[in-house]
Design a protein around this ligand. Structure first.
Ligand code: SAH
Length: 319
């Protein structure tokens, strides 16, 4: 899976296959930017501070966030430097068009060791999972090999502790997501900061196969040729919260995306923006906001969780 997704992000335009929140409405990135500004002041307005995004895609969220920050929070704008964590050379080029003054990184390790606010929308779900299958008293690990599933005996120590499944059932673990959250949380021991993770997933850990392949915005067989589809799995927020707390960070949420965005003023901002637009554009803006927040669309299945330095005050939208 790791290889399949690396090929995919390097060779295709992922946004032909799925639509993410920042691409649905500019208000999404704007209010995430204002979240970052309020969080920065709640953390004591550290200066200098890094504004970091992991997996920025087309750069839309960061561009919208920076526009709102420059308008509403000039002190934060003056204190921050922008860092983008992105492995795809193609997407780096796209990002540079809309966020020209960023610095790019392949992982968190090279981001300056100083206070940071980190944003990650649909980043963790793009990282490769491992799948274990209950077989009798033991476990196998499931792989895709030349277009079909194969299973090999697994080391029980690789299966996440405390998880179980009935015969033939699947348990998933996202080791790179765990590693990323753990590294973020460890940084907050030395420097204040907060990280906001927005992603697709349940509130509680659940057994079950959540691997999905999307091509042209429709689910297809995950066994399609490597690189032809976007592979994603549900993010296990409860698992990641345990990892963050084990590094002494505090965790707020997860809460569903709908109430989070509504508390941050999604509908008020949308209405204000719509006033200066044509009637058709105004309708489209309101529909986009609804799509982000309504339970039947993206408001319930998408969750928002913050990882923050110890003694972190309650952050906007997560109380
Ligand atoms: N946040 C964007 C894009 C989500 S798609 C949005 O909401 O629209 C996932 C993003 O993560 C892409 O930019 C992809 O290239 C990047 N990515 C995938 N694996 C990565 C890794 N291991 N390290 C850094 N970025 C990665």
């Amino acid at each position: 899976m790791a290889r399949a997704n690396a090929i995919y992000y390097a060779t295709r335009d992922p946004f032909a296959d799925f639509t993410t929140s920042p691409e649905i409405s500019q208000v999404f990135g704007e209010i995430i930017g204002l979240w970052a500004a309020v969080t920065w002041s709640l953390l004591g307005s550290p200066n200098p501070v890094s504004l970091v995004e992991a997996g920025p895609g087309r750069g839309t969220l960061m561009a919208d966030a920076l526009r709102a920050i420059r308008r509403a929070a000039p002190d934060f704008a003056a204190a921050l430097s922008v860092h983008l964590i992105e492995t795809s050379p193609r997407l780096r080029v796209t990002q540079a068009r809309v966020v020209p003054d960023a610095t790019w990184h392949s992982d968190l390790a090279t981001v300056p060791a100083q206070p940071m606010i980190l944003l990650a929308n649909e980043f963790l779900d793009a990282l490769p999972i491992r799948q274990f299958v209950r077989r009798g008293t033991g476990w196998t690990e499931r792989f895709v090999d030349a277009g079909s599933w194969t299973e090999q005996p697994a080391d029980p120590a690789d299966v996440p502790a405390g998880r179980n499944a009935t015969e033939g059932g699947v348990v998933e673990v996202n080791e790179p997501a765990r590693g990323f959250v753990s590294a973020v949380a460890a940084r907050f021991r030395r420097h204040v900061g907060a990280a906001l993770f927005l992603d697709y997933g349940p509130e509680r850990s659940a057994a079950g196969d959540s691997l999905q392949a999307l091509a042209d915005k429709r689910p297809i067989d995950p066994l399609s040729p490597p690189g032809s589809a976007d592979l994603t799995a549900h993010v296990d927020f409860a698992d990641l919260a345990v990892i963050a707390r084990s590094e002494s960070a505090s965790v707020q949420g997860p809460v569903p995306q709908g109430p989070f965005l509504a508390a941050l003023g999604l509908f008020q901002r949308t209405e204000r923006l719509a006033r200066n637009r044509s009637p058709e554009q105004a309708v489209a803006l309101v529909e986009a906001a609804r799509r982000l927040a309504e339970p039947a669309a993206m408001g319930q299945i998408f969750k928002v969780m913050a990882v923050c330095s110890a003694a972190c005050p309650p952050l906007p939208g997560l109380a």
